[in-house]
Write a protein that binds this ligand. Structure first.
Ligand SMILES: NC(=O)c1ccc[n+]([C@@H]2O[C@H](COP(=O)([O-])OP(=O)(O)OC[C@H]3O[C@@H](n4cnc5c(N)ncnc54)[C@H](OP(=O)(O)O)[C@@H]3O)[C@@H](O)[C@H]2O)c1
Length: 237
């Protein structure tokens, strides 16, 4: 599927990786780019159409679908962090509920709501923004990592469910990216524009799974080894 000529909807597109995807879609010649965001007031960027959407709110999602009823490419990008001490932190359950509502249930809700619209198009696709954290236990990211693992599994189930209607589903696995989400982390990070470009190239090349960085590629590779990255987390990963 080509981004050129497509009609793109991106959740969480007011900043961070979502905004990078929106700008990249425009640069690649998308016919229309809907920038989904919780607060549209004050957002004004030429070529991007702001649409109110809170992925945790079914009414807001339904209204966004009505407003963007011609979408051919959906990018499920909206996501939140939520840190804890580790898997034994008393707040894991509470934080997980909040994180799951966006990172997992949000993806389900938005994908299901746009699916009938995507079915109308001969060429249609969904890109789900996932994380290397699905495969790598990082103690303070426990709820986040678990939510992304759930979203990864849902992505694979969704791909099957949408196969018959011809909608391609791409899993984009991403390591640390330089956005507000990682502002406090002093680690090597990818540039959001590069991640968006790699995601769209993957879609255009017909890939169903895209591993953005080397770390993610090593991690995925390790899954079938005797000591997978998730069993003995190593800084190497
Ligand atoms: N940054 C990384 O290192 C990294 C690594 C792997 C994967 N990812 C994934 O990449 C995606 C984008 O993250 P980011 O780094 O760009 O984070 P970010 O800079 O914190 O941006 C998050 C975006 O999600 C939106 N959002 C949050 N809750 C929402 C909701 N309920 N409904 C709609 N939009 C909502 C935010 O909107 P507001 O402005 O209204 O808060 C914002 O636009 C996420 O799925 C994240 O898990 C990021």
């Amino acid at each position: 599927m080509k981004v050129q000529g497509s009609i793109v909807f991106i959740t969480g597109a007011n900043r961070g990786l979502g905004l990078a995807f929106a700008r990249q879609a425009r640069a690649l010649g998308a016919a229309k780019v809907y920038a989904g965001m919780r607060k549209v007031e004050g957002f004004d960027e030429s070529g991007l159409i702001p649409v109110q959407i809170d992925v945790t709110d079914p009414q807001s999602v339904a209204a966004a679908v009505l407003q963007a009823a011609d979408v051919t490419l959906l990018v499920n990008n909206a996501g939140i962090g939520g840190s804890v001490r580790d898997a034994l932190d008393d707040h894991v359950e509470e934080v997980s509920r909040a994180v799951f509502e966006v990172n997992y249930h949000g993806v389900v809700r938005v994908s299901q709501s746009f699916a009938p619209i995507l079915a109308r198009s001969e060429e249609a696709g969904i890109i789900n923004i996932l994380s290397n954290a699905s495969w790598l236990p990082v103690p303070f990211l426990t709820p986040y990592g678990v939510s992304k693992a759930a979203a990864w599994s849902y992505t694979n189930h969704l791909r099957l469910a949408l196969k018959q209607q011809g909608t391609r589903v791409v899993a984009l696995h991403v390591g640390y990216v330089d956005t507000d989400l990682t502002a406090g982390l002093n680690l090597p990070k990818s540039n959001p524009d590069d991640v968006a470009r790699i995601g769209f190239v993957g879609l255009e090349e017909g890939r169903l799974e895209v591993l953005v960085d080397e770390k993610g590629q090593r991690l995925k590779h390790s899954l079938s080894s005797n000591l997978p990255g998730y069993v003995e987390p190593d800084p190497y990963y």
